[in-house]
Design a protein around this ligand. Structure first.
Ligand code: COA
Length: 200
């Protein structure tokens, strides 16, 4: 049985790493989210679900709805979707890391998702951000398993989970509909007892 949790995790939770801060999105983030998502539209399109025709998820209305939904899902223990910034208090949003589709009961599992601004890639930042979110998933949420599904040609993302010590579990045919096409994915997972690998 998927019982509701007794203690909700505060929406003001901040995960602070050497270089990054990760926190829940706020309504006041919407203009900034719009900028970073527009700037990265081409970078993210090959890895994102296509949006329904007529809907613009990058519009102020679409993003406000998304932020409100994500804050509701956070309160209800369904999804913990972080925005990521550098540690400078004035620093803009440069990416996101999300624990999606949380199932408790006998599964205690989440699906991991992430992206970073194109110009911040290849500095180890996403590996650092995901490492902090894994610690949160296991130590704060009490999850047992975090899963990642990655397309075989997404070499940067494959490398992120490899660096963190995820195990390759297998191949899933036509697993997610990405950019309008059902794509094969490789499934990876890490368990609570398997500490993420130390920073290389
Ligand atoms: C995947 C992604 C989040 C990685 O972010 P990042 O901050 O660059 O990640 P890191 O720097 O922590 O690690 C990336 C690793 O991949 C490697 N890499 C990057 N591009 C690569 C490429 N084209 N081929 C092979 N390796 C590549 C980097 O060298 C680095 O490995 P290293 O530390 O051994 O040198 C980023 O590329 C992104 O946002 N991609 C688009 C969205 C996406 O794919 N999301 C995940 C969907 S499953």
């Amino acid at each position: 049985v998927d019982e509701p949790r007794k203690t909700a995790v505060s929406l003001s939770t901040r995960l602070v790493t050497t270089r990054l801060v990760l926190r829940a999105p706020k309504v006041t983030d919407v203009p900034e989210l719009r900028l970073v998502m527009r700037k990265n539209a081409e970078h993210l399109r090959p890895f994102s679900p296509a949006h329904p025709p007529g809907e613009d998820p990058g519009s102020l209305t679409g993003l406000s709805t998304m932020v409100a939904r994500q804050r509701r899902e956070w309160r209800h223990d369904r999804r913990f979707s972080f925005v990521m910034t550098m540690r400078d208090p004035e620093a803009p949003i440069i990416g996101r890391v999300s624990l999606n589709n949380i199932v408790r009961g006998a599964f205690l599992n989440a699906d991991l998702g992430y992206w970073i601004d194109e110009s911040f890639q290849k500095r180890g930042l996403m590996t650092e951000g995901v490492r902090a979110v894994l610690a949160f998933a296991f130590d704060e949420l009490g999850l047992h398993r975090v899963q990642a599904a990655i397309m075989p040609h997404n070499l940067a993302s494959l490398r992120v989970v490899e660096k963190l010590g995820f195990r390759r579990e297998g191949e899933a045919a036509a697993y997610l509909r990405i950019a309008g096409k059902w794509e094969d994915h490789i499934l990876f997972a890490i368990l609570a007892g398997e500490k993420p690998a130390a920073t290389p």
